[in-house]
Each structure stands twice: as C-alpha cells, then as structure tokens.
Write a protein of this length. Structure first.
Length: 216
C-alpha cells in the first residue's frame, strides 16, 4: 500500500479523554495497553506529520446522548459505557460541560483537531461508521486510502476497518497508535485486534513507518 498525500487520509476514532486520559472513565480497562503502546505519543506524532505534509485528517467521535440511555438492548461494552457514562453529552446540539469532559478531545490533540482543517464527522453510535457521515466525507474529498488509528483497537477501530474494506478503501492500521481493553474473563482486546488486522488490513504499520512514508 502506497501512502500519498493526494489520496490518503488519517482517520482517528475516539481521540477522547474517557479512553486516553488517566482520568477517563475507561482508564482502568485500557490504561495499561495505552501506556505500553505509547498510543497517545504515537497518535500525536502522526497528527504532526499529517499536518506538516498536507495530509487530510478525519475524526470519527463517539458520543452518547440522553436518548441513547433509553436503548432497550445493548452488548457488553455498550452496557458498560452507558453505565459509566463514557462519552456522555447532554444532547446533540448542547455543548454544556463538554470542555475537558470525558467526551472532549485529549488536550494535547486539540491544536490538531481544532485547526479549522480537520474534518470532525457526526458520531458513530455503536462501533462502526455505518451510521455517521465519515464515508461520505472521505469520498467527497477524493480519499481512497486510509491510515487508521485511535480507540478502542478491537471495537471502534476494527469496526471502522471492516466497513472501510467493504466500501472499497485501502487501509493501513497503525498498530501502536491504538490500544485495547483487558478483561479478566474476556481477554486482551488489543491482542485480538492485532491478529485480525493482520488478516484484514492492506498494511499493519508502526507509527515510525507511517511518519517515514508521509515524509517521502
């Protein structure tokens, strides 16, 4: 897979406090993986390289609104997220309390996301981009190759990967720009995801490799 400024974009899922900050609602589950992978640092390095070399960046966030708490059935992780109020916001048109909340961007990412050039799409509601406008936004800007990272490795990142493949994109997953939850019974979500990336993605790269390719 060739990474070129003309047709390749960076896509990050959920670069938000609840999954990347030590104060986040999900830190107990994901913190070890984030720390071991250097996830935050590697995501930032790719942000910097993308901005420096003119690559487009797209953010697919995860938000829950009060109406979502009325859902009548949920999977295990959805249930956990709703119970812990992960990614919670008071409403789709209400930013009350958003700044520095669990749903907000990690502070060190804000200069890249809020520069007026990054595309922030509508939220995905479960794990994949089927119910937001991400694919439309990518198509409208002539993107057919994606450098993919963010959180969580085995949930939103893998779900975005699978949908992008079905939509005909080439995808490189950055293995150390993501992380996953660990559960005493369910296992290590990150390790499960990396195995699947190897079977599915067109490339599985390190942040070093991505930064190097962007600079060429």
């Amino acid at each position: 897979m060739e990474i070129r400024q003309a047709d390749t974009a960076v896509v990050y899922t959920d670069p938000q406090n609840d999954v990347l900050s030590e104060d986040g609602a999900s830190w107990a589950a994901v913190g070890a993986s984030v720390t071991e992978n250097g996830t935050v640092e590697n995501m930032e390095r790719i942000f910097k390289a993308a901005k420096q070399h003119g690559y487009k960046v797209f953010i697919s966030p995860h938000y829950f609104y009060p109406s979502d708490h009325a859902w009548q059935f949920n999977g295990p992780l959805e249930t956990e997220e709703l119970e812990t109020r992960t990614f919670d916001r008071p409403g789709p048109l209400d930013l009350t309390g958003f700044v520095n909340s669990g749903a907000d961007w990690l502070d060190r990412f804000k200069p890249y996301i809020e520069d007026g050039k990054t595309v922030v799409v509508s939220p995905h509601k479960v794990f994949g981009p089927q119910n937001n406008d991400l694919v439309l936004q990518l198509r409208k800007q002539g993107i057919n190759k994606i450098v993919l990272g963010g959180m969580l490795a085995n949930m939103c990142v893998e779900s975005h990967l699978r949908e992008f493949l079905e939509q005909g994109f080439e995808v490189a997953v950055v293995r150390d720009a993501t992380a996953g939850p660990r559960h005493p019974d369910w296992g290590d979500g990150y390790q499960a995801a990396v195995i699947n990336y190897q079977f599915l993605a067109h490339a599985v790269l390190s942040a070093n490799e991505v930064v190097d390719k962007m600079a060429r």
